[in-house]
Design a protein around this ligand. Structure first.
Ligand SMILES: [Zn+2]
Length: 71
């Protein structure tokens, strides 16, 4: 299990809610749920992302996830 704050995942810089997941995909999914519930403006941007955008985001996110310490 790894943890990252919402801000680290690309949320608002002021949001320190902890998102956790055991894989990058799981954390991305949990982050998405949190964003949809708490940050409607960012959720709107996320919903308009193309599959290519999503792939790019994941390619950028994966190394960050891998660099996190295991909890
Ligand atoms: Zn947040």
């Amino acid at each position: 299990m790894k943890q990252m704050t919402c801000a680290q995942m690309g949320g608002p810089a002021t949001c320190s809610v902890i998102i956790s997941g055991s894989t990058a995909e799981e954390m991305a999914k949990n982050g998405g749920i949190h964003v949809h519930q708490n940050h409607p403006e960012i959720a709107k941007q996320m919903d308009s992302m193309t599959p290519e955008d999503n792939e790019k985001w994941m390619a950028d996110f994966k190394p960050k996830f891998d660099a996190l310490p295991e909890m």
